[in-house]
Design a protein. Structure first.
Length: 459
């Protein structure tokens, strides 16, 4: 295996560098960046040598025992056929040219996928048309992204296309600052950002995973992107993509940007904009209702209002907030269940999707089917629910709203049940202002009546 790795690295390093930008641009960037350190009057080659030393010093200093090394927000270049998320890689750089990298990304090999793994290799600072940080020997954490052959991959796997995942091990300097170092891949041009790590690596990974779970999931998958005047949408955040569209259904525009999760939210591979407002990094707001861009002009808001209207979970209504009429109907429905079966009793009234055959989405009556109160079932009455505006819910129910099969079965012994259910639904007819209990994955919330209806709470 080592021979295979060495051969691949020889092929990779033998290729002529494809440095982004012209020589003149490199000289202008490096000259302007370091003019304050009296590099401007030096020859280009000497200037690059001094900048390389400065980069190495900064990498090594942050890697001392008193610090936690670097977080490398690593991206690969997407293709027409494939897009990849961003990856958090951690690095410690040493004066002798050794580097230890670590990650838990999903492309780690030898059974290490998604497991915290460390690997040590070497690095060099190269003096080409501009400063270049080169990971010049194989490293299991990084080199997998450009390996053109993966013996363990299934036939037709993306890594067998001769370019691997379009990763880079040679990184061309774009900007050197006190709090970050920006590079781009020498061959595939992806942007790669180094920032000082502020905690132990495995702790950083856990915090990032917790944030990812808080703001993205497989249930609520769409988001508003809005400023004071415009609104667009995006989806697929849980997979590490910012799939940016003008509308959720049949979008006319579709732009996919990779993103990497951070302890505060997520960061996009490239800067984008909505109207005149630019954004690249979003952080969770203090009240956790949305994510905000760098200058708080753009918000990312989960489409929780759509989710609440269209969800299929059966959420219970808080009986403590029932009106006198609703409490009376609740008691009558309970008695109707006893007429159906003396061992039955009403457990809850809620809104969601009923169970059983011919299920409906609407009013869900959950009842115990034995005196021990351990076996439950539901009957359902369809409600017409819509979203007249952001954060609002409109409820209606007419004779055209059907009942489910379970209700039909109950009606054979308790004919008043449908009438009682429709009477309860009539108390909900109106428009509500919704406040979810969790904006990114609601499990209920408060519904304040603003035009008809009776305020209620789901949980």
């Amino acid at each position: 295996m080592n021979i295979i790795k060495d051969n691949i690295m020889n092929k990779l390093t033998a290729k002529l560098p494809m440095v982004i930008g012209s020589c003149l641009l490199s000289l202008v960037i490096t000259g302007c960046t370091f003019e304050q350190e009296d590099y401007f009057d030096e020859t280009a080659s000497l200037r690059i040598t001094h900048i390389n030393q400065k980069i190495k010093n900064q990498l090594v200093q942050q890697s001392s025992d008193a610090n936690h090394g670097w977080v490398i927000q690593y991206f690969v270049a997407g293709t027409d056929d494939y897009d990849f998320e961003g990856f958090n890689i951690f690095g410690r750089f040493f004066e002798d040219g050794k580097v230890t990298l670590a990650s838990n990304h999903r492309y780690l090999r030898n059974g290490n996928a998604n497991k915290y793994t460390e690997a040590t290799s070497t690095f060099k600072m190269l003096a080409e048309e501009g400063p270049v940080l080169s990971f010049d020997t194989w490293n299991d954490i990084l080199t997998v992204f450009e390996d053109p052959v993966d013996p363990s991959a299934a036939p037709g796997s993306i890594v067998n296309n001769g370019e691997g995942m379009n990763g880079d091990h040679n990184l061309v300097l774009a900007s050197l600052e006190d709090d970050q170092i920006l590079f781009h891949g020498e061959r595939h041009r992806a942007s790669i950002r180094f920032i000082p790590c502020d905690r132990p690596w495995e702790e950083y990974i856990q915090v990032v995973n917790d944030m990812k779970d808080k703001i993205s999931n497989s249930t609520l998958t769409s988001y508003y992107v809005t400023n004071s005047t415009d609104t667009m949408y995006f989806s697929r955040l849980s997979r590490g993509y910012f799939n940016y569209v003008d509308r959720l259904e049949d979008p006319l525009k579709n732009k996919v940007l990779s993103c990497v999760f951070t302890p505060e939210g997520f960061r996009l591979h490239h800067v984008d904009s909505l109207g005149t407002n630019a954004f690249q990094e979003f952080k969770l707001a203090e009240d956790e209702s949305c994510l905000l861009n760098e200058d708080n002009t753009v918000q990312v808001i989960p489409c929780w209002d759509n989710y609440i209207v269209n969800h299929t979970a059966a959420w219970k209504m808080d009986t403590e907030l029932f009106s006198a009429e609703q409490k009376s109907l609740y008691g009558q429905i309970n008695e109707a269940f006893k007429t159906f079966n003396s061992s039955c009793s009403l457990a809850s009234i809620g809104i969601g999707k009923s169970s059983g055959a011919n299920s409906v989405t609407g009013l869900v009556l959950t009842f115990y089917t034995n005196t021990a109160g351990t076996k439950t079932n539901t009957v359902g009455l369809s409600l017409t629910m819509s979203k007249p505006a952001y954060g609002q819910l409109q409820i209606d129910c007419t004779e055209d709203n059907p009942v489910d099969k379970n209700m039909e079965s109950v009606l054979k012994r308790s004919p008043d049940m449908e009438k009682l259910a429709r009477a309860f639904a009539a108390t909900l007819k109106g428009t509500y202002e919704m406040t979810p209990d969790n904006y990114f994955l609601p499990t209920g919330g408060m519904f304040k009546a603003i035009n008809g209806g009776t305020s209620f709470k789901l949980y």
